[in-house]
Write a protein that binds this ligand. Structure first.
Ligand code: ADP
Length: 636
């Protein structure tokens, strides 16, 4: 728990010690001259009182070394000696050790000697002239009573430790604000009794707020029993139990462990070494902080700065597991409390990975959000474009139907007239005395056939006039659509004196699209071609349809023997509102292009060298193997 025996100090005792040291050190100021080092790096000898296994001294020593190396940028010579004085306390050994070190450091006299623990301080006090004459001496790791006993020379600097029971009590109060009882545990050795007396003094005001009981002059069993029966709203402060009433000796933290194990209320203590032995926490000087404080004193001594004795800084410490055991909140701990055994949160343990992961996730989420937004925008735009296209196609279909209406009416008239004539003939036959039933049967068959023809014409027109809101995706043969379009325009072509040519298809041209839309494209091209031939002479007007596979796509060419397209108009012919017709809208070809591109195809126009124009449309083939793989186009 402390080096060279326990030492204690209340606030008042601390004041007394400071006064005593002031007197000892001639006003508390040490020499302020820089040490004579003649251009070399300073040498510091650290004396450890025991061997290297004593954690308290090695932790403080390591903290001291780290502080010196960091502050001097490694421009310092550090030496360590483990004096092992608890196992070899005999004066002869101490004398031999003094002589040995005097000889060892004869050519490397230290500029500063740090004595950790009172045994080291006492040793260097006796041997400083032989080992390190002229060196600055810094002592650390013990308190008032030990310092008084050693009789330190007045130029010795000290970093003294305070074990303040009041601060520990205040920590307990902030964790247990509703506690009503206070128990203070102390043993029966001289040291224990001295500590109890000091604590009574230090806690005189604090204990006035509680029903206070000093548990003293008890056997270890009685300590354990009393602690197990304290009210739940109690604070137990453990000082030291080196000895119990029966004279049994204890290492205080082991006695504390027995008491705390079955205690009915939280136990606190002012020693770091009580951690892991059942205390919730307390206020103490940590060995690490002590090492750093000593390091600062050494640096001041090397620099020749005026230096004073200092009290090593106190730190609150707490055991997270004990806080949990008693249901105490870590947020009630004093600021800066060192909490051990705390399970670190994922964030605390892996914050760089967590923050990097979080950053990546945020970036990905933002990118996904932007992409989704973009996709939604695109989908909305596509949907709007599709609606516009559907409306435009419908208008275009209506216009085509209107343009073809007179010839369609004419076409329809033929079967209807035939039906009427045949019906009249049949009635006439029936009125005769001996009707020829076989002939009547033939006439009725003709009527049925004419009715079927009329029905076909009407069903072809129905597709042209039907309004769609969505694309009706189907797989169909481009040859079938071409034939159907030819049927629709046949009577109109006849009326205009145009002969139609088409080659028999040699294989299927499966494409995937809305068949009514593709048929509309064919009708647009065909009616434009017929219009282009209206200005030419009455003979030789020919409209040719050719389908086939070109560049792995299903293609249709519509060629005419008309006026052809003005060369300067070729680049703009598919733009909306380009028209050379008086009644034209200039929308037919732009709608045709929009339809074909919707289904992944293309449309283009050329002039034929022999006169007239060719319009070519191609669409992706659905099953390449099913298609007729001939190169070039077949006339139909
Ligand atoms: P519209 O038929 O209402 O004029 P289109 O977009 O269908 O609108 O056609 C635009 C123009 O392209 C036509 O006015 C015509 O000048 C020209 N055109 C289209 N097809 C042919 C063709 N086969 N031969 C010559 N010119 C054509």
């Amino acid at each position: 728990m402390c080096w060279g025996g326990a030492f204690i100090r209340s606030r008042y005792a601390g004041l007394r010690l400071a006064v005593a040291l002031c007197i000892l050190s001639g006003g508390g100021e040490a020499a302020s001259q820089a040490l004579p080092m003649a251009g070399r790096v300073p040498r510091v000898l650290i004396l450890y009182p025991y061997d290297e296994r004593i954690v308290a001294t090695t932790v403080a020593g390591e903290a001291l070394r780290a502080r010196l190396i960091q502050a001097t940028n490694s421009k310092i010579d550090l030496f360590s000696e483990f004096l092992d004085l608890s196992r070899f306390p005999e004066p002869e050994h101490v004398a031999r050790m003094g002589a040995y070190l005097a000889e060892k450091y004869a050519d490397h006299r230290p500029d500063v000697v740090v004595a950790l623990g009172k045994e080291s301080a006492s040793f260097i006090g006796k041997n400083r002239n032989s080992i390190a004459p002229g060196a600055k001496i810094v002592v650390a790791g013990f308190g008032s009573s030990a310092a008084d006993k050693i009789g330190l020379s007045k130029d010795v600097l000290g970093a003294f430790s305070i074990f303040d029971i009041l601060k520990t009590a205040q920590m307990a109060r902030s964790l247990q604000p509703s506690a009503r009882h206070l128990f203070i545990v102390g043993g029966s050795s001289d040291f224990d009794r001295e500590w109890l007396a000091s604590a009574r003094n230090a806690l005189s005001e604090f204990s006035a707020f509680y029903e206070t009981t000093y548990l003293e002059d008890l056997t270890i069993d009685e300590f354990v029993d009393r602690a197990a029966r304290v009210p739940a709203d109690s604070i137990i402060l453990a000082l030291t139990v080196f000895k119990d009433r029966d004279g049994r000796n204890f290492i205080p933290r082991e006695a504390l462990r027995q008491i705390a194990m079955t205690a009915n209320a939280p136990v606190y203590g002012p020693y770091e070494t009580y951690l892991d032995h059942g205390v919730v926490g307390g206020s103490t000087v940590t060995f690490d902080a002590l090492g750093q404080t000593v390091g600062n004193l050494v640096l001041d001594a090397i620099a020749g700065k005026p230096a004073q004795n200092v009290d090593a800084p106190q730190t609150y410490f707490a055991d997270f597991r004990q806080l949990q055991r008693w249901g105490l909140s870590p947020s009630d701990l004093p600021p800066g409390t060192i909490t051990v055994h705390r399970e670190k949160s994922l964030w605390e343990e892996h914050w760089p990975i967590v923050s990097a992961t979080f950053g990546v996730v945020v970036m990905q989420a933002s990118a996904i959000a932007v992409l989704l937004l973009e996709r939604r925008r695109r989908q909305a735009a596509e949907s709007r474009a599709r609606i516009h296209l559907m409306e435009a196609v419908h208008l275009n279909q209506s216009a085509t139907a209107g343009a073809l209406s007179s010839s369609i009416a004419h076409e329809l008239n033929q079967p209807l007239s035939a039906i009427r004539n045949n019906a009249e003939a049949a009635s006439e036959l029936l009125r005769s005395g001996n009707p020829d039933l076989q002939l009547i049967q033939q006439i009725l068959a003709d009527i049925q056939e004419d009715d079927r023809r009329a029905g076909d014409i009407i069903s072809r027109m129905r597709g042209l006039l039907k309004k769609r809101r969505e694309i009706d995706w189907q797989e169909f043969d481009l040859n079938d659509i071409t034939s159907s379009a030819i049927h629709i325009i046949r009577s109109e072509a006849e009326r205009r004196g145009i002969s139609l040519r088409a080659t028999e298809p040699e294989g299927r041209l499966p494409v995937r699209a809305d068949r009514v839309h593709v048929q509309q494209v064919v009708l647009n091209l065909a009616t434009n071609a017929m219009d282009a031939m209206s200005g030419t002479g009455p003979t030789g007007k020919t409209l040719t349809f050719a389908t086939g596979v070109a560049n792995d796509r299903a293609a249709l060419c519509v060629a005419d023997t008309g006026t052809g397209i003005p060369e300067d108009a070729l680049p703009t012919i598919f733009e909306p509102f380009y028209t050379t017709k008086q009644e034209g809208t200039g929308l037919g070809l732009s709608i045709a292009r929009a339809i074909v591109e919707t289904y992944g195809g293309a449309i283009s126009a050329y002039n034929r060298p022999e006169g007239g124009a060719i319009f070519r449309m191609d669409l992706p083939l659905v099953g390449r193997k099913e298609a007729n793989e001939t190169n070039g186009l077949h006339r139909r």
